[in-house]
Design a protein around this ligand. Sequence first.
Ligand SMILES: O=C(O)c1ccc(O)c(O)c1
Ligand SMILES: [Mg+2]
Length: 630
Amino acid sequence: MRTSIATVCLSGSLRQKMRAAAAAGFDGIEVFEQDLVVAPETPEHIRDYAAELGLTLDLYQPFRDAEGTEEQLFQDTLRRVEEKFRLMNRLGMDLMLIPSNAGTATVDDDAVVASQLARMADLAADYGIRLAYEALAWGRFVNDFEHSWRLVEAADRENLGVCLDTFHILSRQWSTETVPDIPGDKVFFVQLADAPLMSLDVLSWSRHFRVFPGEGGFDLVDFMIKLLAGGYSGPLSLEIFNDSFRQTRVHRTAVDALRSLIWLQDRTARTLEASTGTTTNVSRATARIGELTRLPGAVVPQGITWAEVRGQETEQVEMLLSHLGFNHRGRHTSKPVQLWEHGDARVVINEEPRAQDAPSMASLGFEVQHDAAAAAHASALMVPEVPRVTREGEQPFPAYLAPDGTEIFFCPPQSAGGDRWLTEFSWPDHLDVAARRRPDPETDHDLPLITGIDHVNLAQPKHHYPESVLFYRAALGLTVQPSQDVPGPTGLVSSQVVRNESGSVRLPLNVAPDLGSEPEVEHIAFACTDVVRLARRAQASGLRFLPIPHNYYEDLRARFDLPDAKIEELSSLNLLYDRDDRGEFLHFYTQTVGSLFFEVVQRLDGYGGYGAPNAPVRMASQYTHSLLSR
Ligand SMILES: O=C(O)c1ccc(O)c(O)c1
Ligand SMILES: [Mg+2]
């Protein structure tokens, strides 16, 4: 379907916004009146520039405070709107948005409102203009889309229709069952907005927190199906008021925006293809699947093949790993990279000389069924590729850059040769590559206690957080869990997990408060089969644990009624504890090196969380120790 974006979504001047929309690949734009009023160009210039860029000017908006007023005021409204019709003629535009009156309405009478809409439409017809009436969620008398449609129906003018804006509909939780009942050709325009689920007055929620589809909590796929079923065939447009998008770089935001519409169309098509029921809506919408933009292949990673740490002076990282029982498995034949391994957990340490960087997370290798398909999928979503040099004989992996700066590699499964890269590391003399094998429980008495990577916690740049959510959802096919706020000593950290269904890939995304020059900490959590045993060994070998204060253990006793011996054991090993309705969780943290630390976790009986109640204890202890180490 055609795509469009309101200029209010983007930063910069009107020309910059137009250029970015065109460069990202949008078909058209909604001209926000404010952007035009402050622009130095004449309307004719804007019209020509749009033509030059190949953009259509789809909607002029908003014309406020229009209907539901006393006749005297309405006379002035007609004068005002006629001026705008002349302006639209100069711009070469033919569709104007009329939001329901939220400011000057005094007449709560549908007959009066319908007749005023009809009179505006008749005047618009003289200028070849059509009007789309939109129910604002906070409209004084008209605030639900069914009401706006009844008024449009009553006014009964060919050039008068409705504009459906998902924010106004879904924020008020209006039922969307009747969306398909509005004839497709009377829906003049559709604005798609997502938003995080919040309990906030709708006006503030709308003006500051809207996000692109896939970045919030609204069910836009369901809305799309009803829209298609109703016969709408106009553009899918984005109208996102968001404090961050107003300040982020315009080209990057425009790409994020178009990515959301590509993802939404593909997700809608997939949902239709997968639906087994034969409701009228589904079959009508299914008949139109061909109109939706599709993505090649489907990607859901099955596991994390490696986590890469990069920086200078990585000895301390090596020390932590070695105390956690990791083995140094060799150095890369051509790169300044080493591989550490414990069970199926692999950490790559990259000592690439980059200006004085302290160790930090660099990349994640994801195991996917088809790496080429995953790459094509990411490219179709306009995710930037990471340029890489692969020498002859080395295993090439497609690599993409996540919005948070993490490099994402796609690796084929081990069974399909996905572990060929391991042979690029030369092993210390006493280890023979051929002797590398999985432990045999019959004969191995010392099984690895760590089995793999349980989760990787990634710090998110505040203003690009919505973009990250969509990236992990769309490019990696992960599912988004509800977000939680964790109080830390320097601010509130908002945390949201993205994961695959089986839980073999879990990425808690953390948005930290603005800390100025403090590096955001990230961590790799290893899954362990016996965390008490591992902690004992690590303690004996001298691991630098993150110390946990005694108050925490007293609180634990009160909360969970654990026996004294258990509390004593946890406390002596700096272990933390949590429980959910399924099972228990035991974990400990290492001290931080650079902007990175490690965690070891043990999930008992299907515990599903991440020890969130313990995160404030961790952050407070890290804060204390970073102050002490200064
Ligand atoms: O917040 C507003 O005023 C506003 C204006 C125009 C719209 O289309 C809209 O959805 C909201
Ligand atoms: Mg709108």
